[in-house]
Design a protein around this ligand. Structure first.
Ligand SMILES: Cc1cc2nc3c(=O)[nH]c(=O)nc-3n(C[C@H](O)[C@H](O)[C@H](O)COP(=O)(O)OP(=O)(O)OC[C@H]3O[C@@H](n4cnc5c(N)ncnc54)[C@H](O)[C@@H]3O)c2cc1C
Length: 388
């Protein structure tokens, strides 16, 4: 392929979905995916709720769905175990790779370390320069001085158990664990009666991940539950951005005309750090975009991302309440209050589609943080440290 229409940088979730959408809906568009690693999607387990995706997006991810459950649960102090009668789906990255790789064949290059990017070209570590009609930079999150972040960090162990469990479905938050240094919970995905992914998670102010401590928390949790771990099959870990405030125009100026996707475009749920639904939405949008030249694509993606940023202002306000106003050990109460609310409201929250009435309900009741702190935190709009 001498000069493809598009170069997709990184073969992660966002690039993979764009490649899938183009293959499906725009077979005339030529593209090449460049990835430094050996596979598509790295080492992740991506989960989502069925209502997170619309009709245009769901088919893009469908071939890669590895597990689906009809219900899921949360466990909170003062709430107990609450089953939510809504489905939960999971995409293991090996399956994402297996679904996509045969469709991409020679349209993907592994072991390609990208070192320099312009809107229409990239330079690889080998010195090779590749040109295209446009580049889409989807190499994952990059730090920016224009946004202030908290962090959701986690470490998960997929384990084989000696004896089968009788879990009905995923427990997406068990917050009855000690609340030290931030909101902490354990997340359990039962892939089979005797094979589960158990993840220790913390909403914390710093991005440092003491993975060994988290891993021993996971094993301690399993032990406390009476689950006998026969062996650890796999480990996954990550630190996700939780946006508190920012200047979205300045964030996009930094891109210098390079179209972006995924976390690099700031396209993720601002309260959870999850990006699968946003990545699928952008992939569907790119497949609908006629003019894929670099300036037109940049303008389309930028406008979309700025609109999604503005749509999610309420979630950033919640984050500020969580990170700036609540004592780390009391952050659990913000979520505890949320999970008392009706299931359709919870579904709209995760889909990033909370109504005005939902927002009032989420903020109503006895606040878990001192009111002056909450009011101050909710009012902030700009990066922390910048003039408000
Ligand atoms: C362990 C983990 C679990 C997660 N779970 C969920 C979940 O359940 N649901 C959800 O919606 N979100 C989840 N997320 C959040 C988010 O959806 C993922 O981080 C998602 O993978 C981000 O997609 P992306 O395409 O922006 O970046 P990535 O998927 O990280 O892809 C970036 C790709 O770019 C490549 N790359 C980077 N630099 C270069 C370079 N210089 N040259 C070449 N290639 C490069 C990387 O190797 C990688 O393959 C999770 C994140 C993590 C870390």
């Amino acid at each position: 392929m001498s000069r493809p229409d598009l170069l997709l940088l990184g073969a992660g979730l966002a690039s993979g979905l764009i490649a899938q959408a183009l293959t499906e809906h725009r077979p005339e568009v030529s593209f090449l995916v460049l990835e430094r690693g050996p596979s598509i999607g790295g080492n992740h387990t991506w989960c989502f709720h069925p209502d997170d995706l619309g009709q245009a997006e769901a088919p893009l991810i469908e071939p890669a769905v590895g597990h689906r459950w009809p219900v899921h649960s949360v466990i909170f102090p003062n709430l107990g175990h609450r089953q939510i009668d809504a489905g939960y789906l999971c995409v293991p990255s090996e399956r994402f790779h297996a679904a996509l790789a045969p469709r991409l064949r020679d349209r993907i290059r592994f072991g390609a370390e990208i070192v320099e990017v312009t809107p229409t070209s990239v330079r690889l570590a080998s010195g090779e320069v590749l040109e295209a009609g446009a580049v889409i930079d989807a190499r994952g999150a990059a730090p920016s001085p224009h946004v202030s972040l908290g962090f959701q960090k986690f470490c998960g162990l997929e384990v084989q158990l000696d004896e089968p469990l009788a879990l009905d479905g995923p427990v997406i938050m068990d917050a009855t664990v000690p609340q030290e240094g931030g909101f902490r919970f354990v997340y359990t995905l039962p892939f089979a009666p005797d094979r589960v992914l158990i993840e220790a998670t913390s909403y914390a102010n710093s991005p440092q991940l003491p993975a060994e401590t988290f891993a021993s928390d996971v094993l301690a949790y399993a032990k406390a539950k009476g689950w006998k771990v026969a062996k650890v099959i796999r480990e996954e870990k990550g630190v996700l951005p939780i946006t508190l405030a920012g200047d979205v125009q300045a964030f996009w100026e930094e891109a210098r005309g390079v179209p972006r996707a995924g976390l690099r475009a700031g396209l993720f749920h601002q309260a959870t750090g999850y990006s699968l639904p946003e990545a699928a939405r952008l992939a569907a949008l790119i497949a609908r975009t006629r003019d894929l030249s670099a300036p037109a694509l940049f303008a389309t993606i930028r406008e979309h991302a700025i609109r999604r940023w503005r749509d999610q202002g309420f979630y950033r306000a919640i984050n500020r309440m969580l990170f700036l106003a609540a004592e780390p050990e009391r952050r659990v109460q913000v979520f505890g209050h949320f999970y008392r609310l009706p299931a359709p409201l919870i579904a709209r929250f995760y889909a990033g589609q909370s109504t005005a009435f939902d927002k009032v309900r989420i903020l109503s009741g006895k606040p878990p943080v001192p009111i002056p702190h909450a009011v101050g935190a909710l009012a902030r709009r700009h990066p922390i440290g910048a003039p408000a």
